[in-house]
Each structure stands twice: as C-alpha cells, then as structure tokens.
Design a binder for this molecule. Sequence first.
Ligand SMILES: Nc1ncnc2c1ncn2[C@@H]1O[C@H](COP(=O)(O)OP(=O)(O)O)[C@@H](O)[C@H]1O
Ligand SMILES: N[C@@H](CC(=O)OP(=O)(O)O)C(=O)O
Length: 811
Amino acid sequence: MKVLKFGGSSVSNSENCKRVQEIIKRDYANCKQVVVVSAFGGVTDELERCINLASDRNKEYENSLFKVKERHFQVINELNLPAEIEFGTSKKFDEIAELLQGVYLLEEISQKVKNSVMGSGEILSSLIFSAYLNQCGMNTVLFDSRDFIKTQNGKGVFLNSEQTNKNLEAVKNVEFQVALFPGFIASGQKGEMTLLGRGGSDYTASILAAGLKCSELEIWTDVSGMFTADPRLVSQAQPIEQMSFQEAMELSHFGAKVIYPPTLIPVLQNKINVRIKNTFAPDEKGTLITSAPKSERSIVRGLSSINNINLFTLSGSGMVGISGFASRFFTCLAQNKINVVLITQASSEQSMSVGINEGDRALAIEAVRSEFEMEIRMNLVNEPAVEQDLSIVAVVGEDMGYTPGISGKVFSVLGRNGVNIRAMAQGGNELNITFMVPTFDVKKVLNVIHEDFFISTHKKVNLYIAGVGNVGGKLLEFMKNQYDYLLEEKGLQLIVRAVTNSRKMYFAKDENMLQDWKQKLEEESEVANLQEFVKRMDQANLRNSVFVDITASESVSKVYQQVLNSTVSIVACNKIAASSEFDNYLRIKAAAKKHNVEFMFESNVGAGLPVISTINSLIHTGDKIVGIDAVVSGSLNFIMNEFNNGKSFVEAVKMAMEQGFTEPDPKIDLSGMDVLRKLLILSREAGYKLEVKDVEHEPMIPLSCLNGETAADLIRDLEAHNDHFEAWRTVMAEKNIRYRYIASFADGKANVSLKEVTPDHPFYDIHGKDNVISLKTKWYNDQPLIIKGAGAGAEVTASGIFGDIIRITSN
Ligand SMILES: Nc1ncnc2c1ncn2[C@@H]1O[C@H](COP(=O)(O)OP(=O)(O)O)[C@@H](O)[C@H]1O
Ligand SMILES: N[C@@H](CC(=O)OP(=O)(O)O)C(=O)O
C-alpha cells in the first residue's frame, strides 16, 4: 500500500482532477492506494480572507464565499457528478455561511470557528474527488481524517501519534482499492476540528503512511521534485535527484515550500521513502527522499529562504560573565511561544541575537522588557533592539561538514556582490549554514550562491548601457553576434536591461532587449533621466550588473560613485572620471574596491589595444614603468597622415570628423586635451600621482583656432590658418622629418606637444589611425615594450569595452 498526496496545485480545476485520476489509475490494479487531497488551489487562502472580512464587518465576505462556491460547482458540473454531491456541497457552503455570519455579528473569531471554516476546503475537495473516482469505476472509500488523526493542545501542531495510530487500525478492516482522506484537518481532545498547519496535507499523508505501514509516500505537486532552490526565485534551479530526510527537513524548515516540515518526522521514524512528483509531468523522476541518498556532484544539496524575519538583539555590559542570562532570555521567549529561527552570540557575551518571525516582534519586545525590567532600569541591559525586513537563507548539504572552506566560499561570493550579512549560524550538525540578509537582497543571494555551487548552465550578466550612438551601437551589435558563442563557450548570458541616450531611455520589463533595443528605444522609451536610470538599476538589485558608459559626458561620469555604491561594476570608454582630479580618480577606485566591484576603462587609451591591462599586469608582477612615449590620438594621426599624403590640414580634419574618428567636439582632439587626458590615465595607472596642471602642454593647432564655439567655427579658423599648416609641409620636406603629436612621461615629468621625428624613430611610420604606446620599464629597459594598432574607430573601441565586460563577468 502506498500513499499519494495531491496538493491544491494538483486539484485546482476539473482538468487537473482528470490528470490526478489518470495517475491513480496507473497502479490501481497493482496495489491499494491511500489518497490525500488538499483544498482546491487557493481555496484555503480565500476562506481565511472571508473570515477576516467578516470579523471586520465587511459584507464583501459574502461575495468572496460565493466565488469559492461557484468554483466548486463548476468542477462538479464539468465532471458530471451526481446530484447528491451538489446537495452535499451546497449544505457545506450553508454551514460555512452560517459560521461566517456569526463572526460578522460578533466581530470576533474563535479558534474553533476559524478551524471549521478554513478546514472546509479539504472536506469539499475530498467529497467531490471521491465521487469522481467512483464515477470512473474505482472502488473508492471516503474517510474523514478527523475520525483518525488526533491532536493535542499546544502551540502549533502536536500530534497524538499513539491515539492516531490506534485509530488507523480500523482502516485496515475496510474493503477498498482507493482510500480517500481530506488533508490538513484533524480533531482535538473533545472532537473539535483542528488543523495541521498551513501546508499540512503533506503531514496528513505522512501520518497515514506511518500509521498504515505503507511502503512509500508520494507527494504530487506542480514541480518535478525538490529543487536546488525555489524555482520561482532561481530560474536555473534543478530538481534534486535524491536527498536524505535530514537535508529535506532543513530545506523545508528554512522555507522550501514544496514539503511541510513536520511531514518528514513520521516517515523518517518508519523509514518510508518519500517521492516528490509532478502531476503535470508524471513521467519525470522527481526527488527521492531516503535514508542513504546517492551523492550529487555538488557538495551543497540545496538552498532555501524565509522572509519576514526580525533580528532581535539583547545587549548590555551587565550580561558579561553572568550565568543565567541566556537561559532567562530563551525561557522567556519560549514561555511566550515565540519561535526562534536562528541564534548568535557575540564572543564577548555582551550581546545575543535571535531571528524571530515578524509576527512575534511586538510580543517578544514586551516579554523581554518585562523579564529584564530591573536590569534595563539599572542600565545593565539595553532596551531590546529589533531590525526588520530581513530574510534567512539556508545552505544545506550533508557533505558540507566534511568539506572545509564552504562557508568561506559562501561569504566571499556574498561579499563580492555587496551583500551585508546581518547574522549567521552554522548548524552544530554541519548540515547547514544559515544567515540573515536584507530581504531586498534575497533573490540575488540565492542566485549568486546557486551559480557558485551548482553546475549552472550559465551566468547572467545584466547590462545597463548609457550612450547608444556610434560606438554603443557597435557594442550592442557585437554582443548580439557573440550572444550564442558566449553562452555556449563561456557560460555567459548577456542581458541588456536598460539603455539610455541623452534624450530617451528604456527599461526592459523582464525581457532581454539585446535583440530589439533600437526599436524599444524608438517606440516605447521615456524621457531620459540619469538619476532615475541609476535609481532603477539600484532597485533592480541584480547580480553581475554592469553599468557601461559609452558617452563623453561629464554628468554621466558624476554618477559613478552612486553606481559603485549599488554594487554595480562600471566599464567606461568615457575618459572624464579617470582623468579628473587625482583625488576623485582615487575615490572612485576606492569605492569599487570597497564594494567588491570593478571600474574598468581599457578603451580610454588606444581603444581596443591592451594598454591599461598590460601596464596593470606589469605592475602586479613586480615591474616598474619608468617612461612612456605615446602617440595615442587615432584621430590626430589620421589627420597628419592625410596631410602628409597631400590633403590640406582642414580637409584632413573634415575627413576625420565625417568618419567618426574625432571626439564629438573635435577641439578636444586638436587642442591636445584628449591626448593629455590619456597621458594622465596611463601615468596614474603606472603608479604616478599626476594632475592636469603637472603636464606641459602645447596644443597641436594655434590657440586662436580653438576660440570658436562650434565645429563650423573651428573649420573656418583652420582655413584662415592654412599658411601655418602649409609651412609644416615645407619644413618636413627640408628636414626629412614628420610631425607627431606625442605624449611623454619620464623622470616624473609629463609633456604633450607636437614633435619632429626622424625616419628611424618608431613613431615615423604610423598608418591610418594607428596608436603606438612605448613603455620603458625595469624589465623592458633596453628595448621598450611597444603596443601598436588601430587606436580609434567605433569597432575597435566597442571591442575594448566588450573585452572589459567579459573580463569582469567571467571572474
Ligand atoms: N526548493 C524548492 N523546490 C521545489 N519547489 C519549491 C522549492 N521552494 C519553493 N517551492 C515552491 O513550492 C511550490 C509547491 O508547493 P505548494 O504550492 O504548497 O504545492 P501544493 O499545492 O502542491 O502543496 C512549487 O510550485 C514551488 O514554487
Ligand atoms: N489547503 C491547506 C493545506 C495544504 O497542505 O495545502 P497544499 O497541499 O495546497 O499546500 C493550505 O493551503 O495550507
């Protein structure tokens, strides 16, 4: 004989009742089955709502009850059940209505009435379902669980197992092929209806399995087993194939709703295996809960969480070394029936903290205040402190006890994601690590731990992109092209969550807008608002988030601190932050370090060339940069090369502008400001403290050409100075030299100016928009390390930014 329990999710309408009947039919001829049903999905909640409405003297309860009644009649009609079932159902609803009317008139709910109303859902579903099974030709006997399952008084559910098991003996004398029991309901000492706790039909099934000495208990629900984490919170969660009773108990105790915690006790005591199966995919394996489960590949078996937890702390100098404090504290909580979910004590013994349910907060404060009234008055103990809006997360696995370093790994991954752990405890049995975190962070916490401990198919990378012009557009195109490759080869899933330009922004509802960002921005956007953009990114609180700045905007660079405080990494091609005042540059780097996130800006110098990463790598391995010579303006090189090829200077500038090689304001290039910023960044990354004022700087073009406001003014002024530039051509021919705009740093001195280079100089032959960076170091002394290649253009810049994103997220 085996027990099958079908939860509310399995019996929520006539269609589902038919599925359940099919499942029972599979073994109908082979073995006797004890079937436990819950109320139709959501009915218990609705009945509870009705009582609360009635006690608030809100007539709306009648309407709500009517809807519940209609739902039951719809099932009866759709299953074509006989009139006596309609009659029985109607009678039950009359009884409920009468009870509710009493509550409405008295404005009071007694526990007895509450139980009677809330337990009605199971009485109704079992009545309907047993009739349906009989109609399908199955020999089904409907039993009333209240006649067998006996509870005793106390907080929560206290099963009188001796009496229950004795009562169940009678079932063995009844002739049936299917025995149907309503779940959830039981009876007390005086025969009154009692309830086994929310989710208690699982417990009913387990009590029956133990009392009737069944071979197996099957819990049929709407998921294919106990998952590695709540599948509603962790989309990559997988069903656990096998687990021990203890592991299942820990996971369910800490919130895995799929099984009600007390359920595991009777089956554990009687060594009855439990299988969790999916009514909607009956052929899937599900989870087997057994005494000796086979090991899974991961040491951690599963994760679970409970919300609405408060951290209640008792502290004070008077607590130190005085025995009896802890016992008084816990006794006082226990006497008030306050459930303690987690305990921690500071080693100084100056404070003791416990996790309690939000609903017990007021009672706990009152009880502890009164217990320690005298000590509080004498300032030996402080007023109890309570922190709200917390959740408990449990990491569970029997093998964790034998494997060092698990808690280290858990806490380091949380640290990397900026999660503040409020309290923690490791079970003495080493079966679990539990800790409290702000509820706001729970989803993120479960997902990052899951990604680290289970064979995740992929890691999600959440991108918030500011600046979707030329370079930004290319980046998004590259990411789209590489999406499948990165997912398959690197396990990285790129998800674009939001984009903004200076006019519009679009925040994805829940989708990945990588494919259709342009259309979304075009058709469904809202007015751009940078503060709002950052605020929403912060509120989303997604793991592995990256803010990508592809603007040249100072206002965007000003939100970096805020972005990093939200534990979001930054990838910038915008140079303003890294080349701002040295203190600000340091502050931003420090904020990134503090929040365990990254601030990366490889594309600030040399676009996609590996310049900053090379400098960082040399320094990390013990080298020292002693000199830098660099031609780092792709646009200026392009202009000079076109000029050398015979174009007039102004023609060459126009070409560079048209082809998108210059900054949005070309004066930033021609003034040498862009090169100066790059030199600042290189030398700072090389370990030198340098400000703009420390750099000797001569613009590439006469100062008088830089006074205009617009690009048209610049072109006009350059044309007016044509003779100045043509004179360069003459000098170059006479001296057999070329002019290059060079950034240099040596002996603590930095300089940016136009210099002559001879044909044997490495900067003489530079093609197109190439950059050359020559690094003289302790190790590259005789021959400097030279990095050369295209240093401007949308493609190479986008590839530099893309490289940073991948480097950050594949850590
Ligand atoms: N670790 C977990 N594994 C599987 N399901 C879980 C887990 N944690 C929470 N759940 C949730 O539990 C639900 C099943 O429990 P419940 O709604 O009580 O079902 P039923 O009505 O069948 O008793 C699933 O739909 C799932 O969303
Ligand atoms: N109907 C009860 C008992 C129960 O166990 O339901 P379910 O099996 O749907 O979780 C409740 O909602 O609490």
